[in-house]
Design a protein around this ligand. Sequence first.
Ligand SMILES: Nc1ncnc2c1ncn2[C@@H]1O[C@H](COP(=O)(O)OP(=O)(O)OP(=O)(O)O)[C@@H](O)[C@H]1O
Length: 460
Amino acid sequence: MNPESVACRESDLAISVADVYKAYKLYPSHQDRLKEALHPFRKRYHREFSALSGISFDIRKGESVGILGRNGAGKSTLLQLIAGVLTPTSGTISVNGRVAALLELGAGFNPDLTGRENVILASTIQGVAEDAIPDRVAAIEEFADVGVFFDQPMKVYSSGMYARVAFANAINVNPDILIVDEILGVGDAKFQEKCYSKIRSLREQGVCILFVSHSTEVVQRNCESAILLESGNVVKYGPADAVIAIYHDLLYGSGATLKNNGKNSESHNKIASASSFLTGNLPGSELVNFLQNGAEPWYQRSGLYNPNERRFGNGDAEIVDFFVTADGHANFDVLSGNESLAIYIKVKFNKYIAQPEIGWAVVSPEGIVLSGSNTAMTKVILPQTVSGEIRAYEIKLQPTLCGGDFFLNLGVGERVGKTWTFLDNRRAIIHLTVAHQESASGFFNIPFKCKPISDSIQHE
Ligand SMILES: Nc1ncnc2c1ncn2[C@@H]1O[C@H](COP(=O)(O)OP(=O)(O)OP(=O)(O)O)[C@@H](O)[C@H]1O
């Protein structure tokens, strides 16, 4: 039970997790696993790794809870324990009601059997009466909507098709508790929408929903509360919004966080102070300083730099520095969303590049690319470069962003014939915070007008 909600009776609980530890055995090699199994004096070759370190919480009947956490935090382990697929090393888990679990791909179905055969088998195992099976199979076939593949062995399914049959099968047991581990992410957008709308209707019927997602937006939309796991511990269990804010802090470092989606008064004060600072303060000299700046990267002084950026590329060129202006001003922290952005980047080339290309993308905190392009896509030809030189480029963007957090990817690539290579790709290198807007929600603020175009057309 979300500890910030009111206390409730034991009979109101769907799931109770009490002081649960889960340790995995880690072997240096496969041979060591065998040696341990065969050793006459049971010599220990493994070390223990604690995936969950004594966690406790209660989940109310009908509560919908998102499980958040970085890779390896223990989310899947927790769901598998609750679903009864794994047993805890110590501690207890009580589950009150019929559980349907959609765990990782591959679990549950026999790949050599067709979708239909697997569903019939699952119905038999789940104790569905024989005369009810045909209707159930028909309902699952209709929801899964995989066409002729329903009668093909599941080993030929794409991961999306697999997810369709798995989800349709899980929701058809009329669960009291539905556990979903990330699996919906593999379906196409329309199917995801169908699943989430089903999840919403199950929520309305009082089904307890527990699901793992790396998308905080999905958690925000579908869950009233959330649990944040980190290194096998519960960092926070509370209202989804509050937990998401802490999760963002964990992902992007404190200070780079949502600041309550820019909704709090502190953010509004920042816009006011930023804009008053900006008026009449042109970046020209700062841009010159940036371009002439020596060894120390300018961006490290910038509050926009995300130290948790992900970087890859073959190293033949390196994005060594960046500088951002909003409506021509260099010093800003919270944007209003409509500013013209200019991103200046310095690229050091480590070899001759005949056809360099520069690209960018605006991405959500969940990593969804909201928009992106590059010089090749826009038929801009950049001059060739020689080894050892540093060049500067300007990228101008005119986004209309809604309130929230956004990240920018920057990349430099090379095209040789039809082959394209990443020389340096810096994902989520820049963090932009946009103030909450009353007039729109989502990612982009699309201009909208509505007006009456008639008086009453009909009146009963
Ligand atoms: N069978 C296993 N044997 C050994 N270690 C394991 C096993 N399964 C999981 N782990 C480890 O336990 C930790 C928690 O794993 P888990 O899969 O629960 O994390 P997660 O939060 O679901 O991660 P992700 O978001 O990457 O799916 C990880 O460090 C993982 O390497």
